[in-house]
Ligand binder design. Structure first.
Ligand SMILES: C[S@@+](CC[C@H](N)C(=O)[O-])C[C@H]1O[C@@H](n2cnc3c(N)ncnc32)[C@H](O)[C@@H]1O
Length: 438
């Protein structure tokens, strides 16, 4: 079920659209169309922890679960398969349904972040619930709406009349009283989803089996296939790519992971532990300052040219994350990322040994943070050269950027609103690879 409601998913639409390449919002008749932002990619992708599980075994587990669910739902199950090139990636298609209807007496209102997650196959966790009909008891069925204009107060106890969108139906697991009484902070699943608007299924696997990861992010990990030695992951939390690179390196190397935020660094540790990844060292550190001429101890800052490969997956405007029912990013916030990304690139190039590989990736779609960042880096640092993204999946860089035709072919853009395969219908993402000249 595709969403093309009358929803403009940007609070500061007029300013933000100036930064969005036309291909993402212009429909064939030239009118504005935001459906790419509103809809989730058609496939879920699960990156298998191949140290512990066989990919085919997990395919069988997911297939069995979906088959059982299909019998109760009286529908054909989604397809489950291993990606033909990215062999640690399981692809799951969606349920086919014709949309949702208000079916039940009771309503639940959730915030936009929660709604975006639900549309990607998540249950509804308590912190995302803003309002629930007061008579809804555990086990009752509810209609779930997204508060798309962010007008619903947490704990609101009347019928919500603001702009909302029916995104799922499900079963109550935590009552209104438990959620909101005495400003309670309740965790866990508040509503178990049975149908969501996107048809993206829930996938239930053990914690150590791997993780749901966007397809281009999984591809990004594969850039490190031929690396031996030390890899620096400069902006690493929560560690999704760190743990993937570590698993790809195996006993051929180690990942040093940095992040500037304490709580997020802790997440890297927890993920390594849960996946059983041991070749990662992680530090709370500002990656713009992680290289120093006089570094002389274990841990950051490090000596120049001490890493065989570097991943720079910096903070970005994240406009490629979809679905996004409403994005409050302000124009000044949007513009702020380029400065930090350039600073981080400077450190990345210092960190890299001669002949080493630098991978730059973002989950955004602006030219400034992608193609133009690459051409800035090529001009600024004559010691690096662009290298093709291998395996070459996705689309070339966009036209009308400062990259030459040849350079456009070397970088990868994911998620242009064109094709419908798992390689094409993804979040918006960008990967560029550089070599440091010998
Ligand atoms: C796009 S996220 C990284 C996602 C991560 N690579 C993954 O795949 O799990 C960007 C991260 O950069 C971190 N960050 C922001 N500024 C930083 C800095 N100066 N040094 C290191 N990390 C920074 C943020 O805390 C955030 O966790």
């Amino acid at each position: 079920m595709a969403l093309s409601e009358n929803v403009v998913p940007f609070k500061y639409k007029d300013e933000i659209v100036n930064h969005i390449p036309k291909v993402f919002i212009e429909s064939e008749d030239g009118s504005e169309d935001y459906s790419w932002f509103l809809n989730a990619p058609s496939f879920s992708t699960f990156r298998v922890n191949v140290e512990k599980y066989k990919v085919q075994d997990l395919v069988n587990v997911i297939e069995k679960q979906l088959l059982e669910e299909a019998e109760t739902k009286n529908k054909c199950p989604p397809k489950v398969f291993i990606h033909k090139i990215i062999n640690d990636c399981i692809v799951v298609s969606r349920w086919n349904h014709n949309g949702l209807e208000k079916l039940w007496e009771y309503d639940v209102i959730v915030d936009v972040a929660c709604a975006n997650a639900v549309l990607r196959g998540a249950d509804i966790f308590a912190p995302g619930i803003l309002s629930m009909s007061s008579n809804a008891m555990i086990g009752d069925k509810v209609n779930v709406y997204a508060d798309i204009e962010k007008n619903c107060r947490r704990g609101y106890n009347k019928k919500f009349t603001g702009k909302s969108l029916l995104i799922s139906t499900g079963k109550v697991k935590i009552t209104r009283d438990q959620l909101f009484k005495n400003n309670a902070t309740v965790r866990g699943v508040g509503v178990e989803v049975d149908w969501n608007l996107s048809g993206i299924p829930k996938i239930k696997l053990p914690d150590d089996a791997g993780l749901l990861q966007n397809f281009p992010s999984i591809v990004c990990g594969h850039m490190f296939k031929n690396i031996t030695g030390n890899v620096l992951d400069m902006c690493a939390a929560p560690g999704n790519k760190t743990t993937h690179i570590a698993s790809i390196l195996g006993d051929k190397g180690e990942v040093t992971a940095l992040d500037k935020t304490k709580e997020r660094v802790a997440k890297i540790g927890r993920l390594c532990e849960s996946l059983g990844v041991t070749n990662v060292k992680y530090y709370l550190y500002d990656a713009t300052k992680c290289i120093s001429e006089n570094a002389n101890h274990i841990g950051p800052p490090f000596m120049t040219e001490s890493f065989q490969a570097v991943l720079l997956d910096p903070p970005c405007s994240a406009l490629g994350q979809r679905p996004s029912l409403m994005n409050n990013i302000s124009p000044s916030q949007l513009k702020s990322y380029v400065f930090l990304q350039r600073q981080l690139l400077r450190s990345a190039i210092k960190a890299l040994s001669k002949g080493g590989l630098l991978v730059y990736s973002t989950c955004t779609i602006t030219l400034e943070e992608n193609e133009e960042m690459v051409s800035w880096a090529l001009k600024q640092f004559p010691e690096i050269s662009l290298k093709s993204v291998e395996p070459s999946l996705g689309y070339p860089g966009l036209q009308n950027s400062s990259l030459s035709e040849k350079e456009r072919e070397l970088v990868s853009r994911f998620g242009l609103p064109r094709g419908s395969s798992v390689d094409e219908d993804t979040i918006g993402f960008f990967i560029a690879c550089f070599n440091k000249n010998i």
